[in-house]
Design a binder for this molecule. Sequence first.
Ligand code: ATP
Length: 361
Amino acid sequence: MAQIDLKDLAHSYASRPQSDADYALKRLDMIWQDSGAYALLGPSGCGKTTMLNIISGLLRPSQGRVVFDGRDVTDLSPQDRNIAQVFQFPVIYDTMTVFDNLAFPLRNRGVNEGEARKRVEEVAEMLELSDDLRRRAAGLTADAKQKISLGRGLVRSDVAAILFDEPLTVINPHMKWLLRRKLKQVHEQFQITLIYVTHDQNEALTFAEQVVVMHEGQVVQTGTPQELFEKPAHTFVAYFIGSPGMNLLPCRLDGGAVVIDGEHIALADGLGARAERAGGELQLGIRPEFLKLHATQVEQGIPVRVKLVEDLGNYKMVTVRLGERTLQAKVPEDEEVGGEQAWLVFPPEWLRLYVDGHLVE
Ligand code: ATP
């Protein structure tokens, strides 16, 4: 296993990049800790595959160095970096048995047959492939084939890291959930550095200890699922994470409060002053889960108009208007949401301020 350092790294597919926009990966320094379970999360085109392929060695960065445990590997092939990569679509040999498919990466590296067998059986057991080991891979379902692909990534105990590029795309939803749990177990058991690319926040948040969020070629935040939820460092993370995302409201400061459509909302001590010092375009952020909705007037309650109440099983999603602004509040299913008039309470501990998109700490 290895710690992976990306030093002064950037990549452009253009031969003569002119501006920032020409970079699929903008300049960054980053450390992937040894034995970490990471998800690399972001929308299509944000640069996830580019980042992964630079780490694996499939792509040479146009700038900077890739370092594994202090050793510069920038010019080494994936083979020489000792990286296993699992792709979106299964890469297996149809004419071989499941056993031989799994043993292939080990035999290829000269691992003796006894050791290979032990390891293959261990991984097959973990992925619930033990009963299929003697079967030929041809004719297996897409799910089973992708399990073999995962298995081929997992059999080698000597890899620096295993990289997954949206490996569960072709898998049915129930199996997806099972395989994600399996990967988590594998990580706990073998303590392998895992980097898992996905554009699906549920996948990222359930699998990873650390989630790296990318946006337009940049890493905008690295944090635990809880940190991303509670303290998004950037408005992109605020609305990308969560279902729905964070409410983000343009506002102005007035002492220790923000003003939205003439209404004053009190902030935690000192936050307003720090935002003032940062200067720039200001937005108030609060997650729908942390807003408190009341049918009658309460202290600190801001009057709002209820526009829509959606019953979503174990909670209700309420859409309200505060002056010209629309917000969503997630309320318990048994809470009565009466008429059009309601009052919203904004708990100061859950209020975040963003200046030009960046969190005021
Ligand atoms: P997806 O989830 O759709 O795979 P991604 O986040 O993995 O997206 P990348 O595939 O890394 O994103 O692409 C980042 C940017 O680089 C995109 O604008 C893409 O069009 C561009 N790009 C990717 N590969 C190439 C290539 N071989 N040549 C030129 N441009 C490329």
